[in-house]
Ligand binder design. Structure first.
Ligand SMILES: Nc1ncnc2c1ncn2[C@@H]1O[C@H](COP(=O)(O)OP(=O)(O)OP(=O)(O)O)[C@@H](O)[C@H]1O
Ligand SMILES: [Mg+2]
Length: 948
């Protein structure tokens, strides 16, 4: 039975249970919240600790590197640790500091910054009164240096100070590059305006709206420019004021900023006001404190600091600004030699603007416009050599040697073209060229022009392209002459000018082009200059002196202004329309950079390619104006060596009589019946010429070498013997050789070397002695052969093999020396035999070669009046006047070294032509050792024997 209080008890118990459950729920909830809170505490602790740490380390870093570029003043040593590498483009520039004198720890200052790069503003520093003016000028100098430091290697300056003639800018010396003033503010500003236009045209578009947005890699080829105007408008005329306002308004987008010190005490010309500056940022330097803080304007930095900072600026590495050859010019190897030169030859040489390509070309383009020749003006260090390398390699990759051949002529001191000796395209490589030699190259090309005209005529066509269109093979020729002004040195007859004119006018139609280069365009002593340049359609200029740019008439106004912006190596202005400015034809850009290693590797690959393809273009004629020549660089000798095994006397006759340009020897008086033998003595001072000696079976065809220069005399004698081996008729010749030169000298091995390396392997019968007492036996032996041959019937004599009696230093042989008696000197017994050989030997194929230091030594063995005339071929090195007269009846041989000791020169009197030839004799003093050369001679002959 339930009592009501029992029921109530029940209800209370249930309520208690509910409350208990609720209490537990609340407790759990509270515990969760507590845990959550604790977790948050941990997290936030960690978070802030991280921030604190980061800020601590940032603070530590800042404490190490003084925070400079923007804020620091010149005093206080903050700049001492400055390094140019830390510079970045800044949009603010410090002009001074606001100071708070109330700060508890002493005066506190905050830098005052004005807008800078990318803000499109022109800073105007306004001053009043003399004190203010001085302050303004000081600040201007401070800003000049500061901008230079903010933009290492990227800033250039135009400093305007008409009232003070530049005295306002004593900081000038510390600035990296100051554009020379032309003495007239307006003209200086014109140049800036041109630059503004050029930069806008070249780099800016809808996307790139301001210079600093140009990709850095492209922009490094340009500079920011600062026009600093002091004491404006004092003595700025109306045109100058207008110019400055224009620069101020349009310059910042093109990276050209004007900073104007405005002296408010001076009135501007009527109707002009600085209000016309649309983007002026004016700072009144003399105004009262800003927000209560006085402004301390920066002064000129102390001189010592200027110097250190300038030094650091100069030493800083300029940003990488090379346009690589591989990307701009180079082709992948599989694309090499695909070009046809039928209409033109062309190659990129660099770039302009963001992605333009600068092209050099010669011939006739698709619009029928010609580009016959080119010209390059560039001062030293402007990057001329690099340009040559880029051009040569660019062309050599595009055209095979069958399409293009090169004539490369260095100036008197130049060896730039040396690496191209191995380039298959090289026809002529001349180093350290004398003017005489360079002129001979022009002459040579004129001969080639004549030859080509004959070819064209024979096929009934007018010019190169038409001839090639017939399917005929003929390469274009490009002549590159460095320091072309040297051509006119010592050219009394005006030969160089005449040749140049002919080539300029007539070269193109036969596929011969020139690129001439010099420090400046014109040259002293050059005639017909305008007629020549009239055919020079490709005009290029790199950095040039101000005076040379001013004197230029070969470029239009715009072109000239562009050339003035060529302020670093590799920058170039190229115009392929005779300098005409129209159509933006003058392009300012940068030549690609080709490193030496890359170039040499390319030459190797090109050469290997030519070999693989079996291209048999004749080997380059190599000429070094200062060195003695190499026998192995003699193309005539080389080609004869390669064919001697299969050559007949008749074949040789045909070859000998063929013109040199056709690959022959150009010896019209060569008759096989006279059994002539050819050999070489050296290289003439012209491109093709090789000093040769031809010995025929006629009276007195003997040779004599005379002179005190032993390396040259021995080298020449050894080379003469080596050369004989190319004659089919001399394959079984006998050589009786006495070498009495002083053993152990640098030249004494030459004859022994040629005997063992060349003569004996070639099959000649050689008797060699170094003993004086053997000489009489040699002479007797030769005389015995003479007697034998005399006894033969006339017809049989011709079949006898040639014999050479070669006596080096015969005066050393006692038995040969003439004998004195009461009535004078008489031939010795052996001497008499020698004289008979001289008188009667040559007709019978016995040739004597004597080599002596001077005429006195010759007189010791031969009677001057009776013996000397028996020797027809005389080769002299530099000798005394008397000796020269005795040998040549002229003073020529005494004047061989008038221009110095190198190269050693020699003189040969050619009895056939009755002409004197001056040449560089082969010598033991040559770049490649003579022994090495003999090995190669032997190899050249052997290589063919295997192939045959
Ligand atoms: N296109 C280029 N790009 C970058 N740097 C270049 C370029 N051309 C030349 N240079 C730099 O300029 C230096 C001089 O170049 P180069 O030897 O070609 O000048 P040059 O006018 O022939 O001088 P020189 O008058 O001494 O013969 C080079 O070593 C190279 O550092
Ligand atoms: Mg050079």
């Amino acid at each position: 039975m339930w009592s009501p209080w029992q029921r109530q008890q029940e209800a209370l118990r249930a309520q208690l249970a509910t409350l208990e459950t609720q209490k537990q729920q609340k407790q759990t909830h509270a515990a969760t919240l507590l845990a959550y809170g604790q977790r948050q505490v941990e997290l936030s602790h960690k978070h802030y600790q991280g921030l604190f740490n980061a800020s601590d380390s940032a603070a530590a870093r800042l404490a190490q590197v003084p925070y400079l570029t923007l804020g620091a003043g010149w005093q206080g040593g903050a700049w001492d640790a400055w390094q140019p590498e830390t510079a970045t483009l800044e949009s603010r520039l410090r002009i001074g500091a606001l100071q708070d004198a109330r700060a508890p720890q002493g005066p506190f200052s905050v830098p005052l910054l004005v807008p800078f790069i990318g803000e499109n503003q022109t800073i105007v520093l306004r001053t009043r009164g003399e004190e203010g003016r001085v302050q303004g000028l000081e600040l201007l100098q401070s800003l000049a240096l500061r901008t230079a430091l903010l933009l290492p290697h990227q800033a250039s300056y135009v400093l305007l100070d008409p009232a003070g003639n530049g005295v306002a800018f004593l900081v000038r010396k510390a600035l990296p590059r100051v554009v020379e003033s032309q003495g007239d503010v307006r003209r200086d500003l014109d140049l800036v305006e041109r630059n503004i236009q050029r930069v806008i045209e070249t780099y800016l578009d809808a996307e790139v709206r301001s210079f600093e947005q140009v990709p850095e890699s492209t922009r490094v080829n340009e500079r920011f420019e600062f026009v600093l105007a002091a004491d404006f408008p004092n003595q700025y005329d109306r045109r100058a004021v207008e110019g400055l306002i224009k620069v101020g308004n349009t310059g910042p987008r093109a990276g050209r900023y004007a900073i104007i010190h405005h002296n408010a005490d001076v009135e501007l010309p009527r109707d002009l006001s600085l209000e016309q500056l649309e983007n002026a940022f004016v700072i009144d330097l003399g105004s009262s404190p800003r927000q209560g803080f006085p402004l301390a304007v920066d002064c000129t930095p102390p001189a010592a600091l200027q110097q250190t900072l300038k030094k650091r600026l100069d030493e800083a590495k300029a940003p990488e600004r090379d346009l690589s050859f591989t990307t701009k010019v180079g082709l992948p190897e599989q694309a090499w030699w695909n070009g046809s030169s039928e209409r033109l030859i062309e190659t990129p040489i660099g770039g302009y603007g963001t992605d333009g390509s600068l092209e050099a070309w010669f011939g006739v383009n698709r619009d029928g416009r010609p580009c016959a020749h080119g010209m390059l003006g560039a001062m030293t260090g402007a990057g001329k050599s690099n340009l040559y390398h880029v051009l040569i390699c660019g062309l050599a990759q595009r055209y095979s040697p069958d399409e293009l051949r090169l004539y490369l002529i260095d100036g008197k001191d130049g060896v730039e073209f040396q690496p191209y000796q191995a380039l298959p395209h090289a026809a002529v490589v001349s180093l350290r060229s004398s003017p005489e030699l360079s002129r001979s190259v022009l002459k040579d090309l004129l001969n080639e022009k004549e030859r080509r005209n004959r070819l064209f005529k024979a096929r009934g066509v007018q010019d190169f392209s038409a001839y090639r269109a017939l399917g005929e093979a003929l390469p274009r020729l490009l002549l590159l002459v460095d320091e072309y002004q040297e051509l006119f040195e010592g050219d009394a007859e005006g030969e160089a000018s005449a040749h140049l004119l002919q080539l300029a006018q007539q070269g193109r139609s036969v596929g011969i082009h020139m690129l001439i280069a010099s420090q400046r365009y014109g040259a002293t002593g050059m005639l017909h200059q305008s007629a020549v340049f009239g055919n020079v359609h490709l005009r290029m200029a790199m950095q040039m002196s101000r005076a040379d740019v001013d004197a230029l008439t070969e470029f239009g106004r715009r072109g000239k202004l562009l050339i003035q912006t060529c302020d670093m190596p590799g920058k170039i202005v190229l115009n392929d329309r005779s300098g005409d400015d129209g159509d933006g034809a003058s392009r300012a850009g940068k030549v690609s950079r080709l490193q030496a290693a890359e170039r040499d590797d390319m030459i190797r690959r090109l050469s290997a390619r030519a070999q693989q393809r079996g291209l048999t273009a004749p080997r380059a004629v190599v000429f070094d104006g200062q060195a003695q020549p190499n026998l192995t660089d003699n193309p005539q000798l080389r080609s004869l060596l390669a064919s001697v095994q299969t050559m007949t006397s008749e074949g040789l006759e045909a070859l000998a009589r063929r013109a040199e340009v056709e690959g022959g020897l150009g010896l019209e008086s060569w008759f096989a019946a006279e059994q002539p033998l050819v050999t070489w003595l050296g290289q003439e001072f012209n491109v093709r010429g090789h000093a040769r000696l031809v010995l025929r079976r006629r009276p007195h065809e003997h040779a004599m070498l005379l002179g005190r220069n032993n390396p040259a005399r021995s080298g020449m004698l050894a080379a003469l013997l080596a050369g004989l081996t190319v004659n089919p008729a001399a394959q079984n010749a006998t050589v009786l050789l006495a070498d009495l030169s002083l053993p152990g000298t640098q030249w004494s091995g030459a004859l022994g070397g040629v005997v063992s390396t060349v003569l004996r392997p070639a099959g000649l019968q050689v008797t060699l002695t170094r003993e004086a007492e053997d000489v009489p036996r040699l002479v007797q032996c030769a005389l015995a052969v003479l007697e034998e041959r005399r006894a033969l019937p006339k017809e049989a004599r011709g079949a006898q093999e040639p014999m050479f009696l070669v006596l080096n230093e015969p005066h050393e042989v006692e038995e040969l020396r003439r004998v004195q008696d009461l009535y004078g000197a008489n031939d010795s017994e052996t001497g008499t035999m020698l004289r008979r050989l001289l008188a009667e030997g040559a007709q019978l194929g016995i040739h004597v070669v004597l080599s002596v230091p001077g005429v006195a030594q010759l007189r010791a063995v031969l009677d001057e009046r009776q013996g000397l005339p028996l020797i027809k071929h005389r080769i002299c090195l530099q000798v005394s006047e008397d000796d020269s007269y005795a040998l040549t009846r002229t003073r020529r041989a005494a004047r061989l070294q008038l221009h110095g000791d190198t190269p050693v020169a020699a003189l040969y009197h050619d009895p056939e032509a009755d002409a004197f030839t001056r040449f560089k004799p082969y010598s033991t003093d040559s770049a490649t050792s003579l022994d090495q050369q003999f090995l190669e001679v032997n190899h050249l002959r052997g290589a063919q024997a295997v192939g045959a």
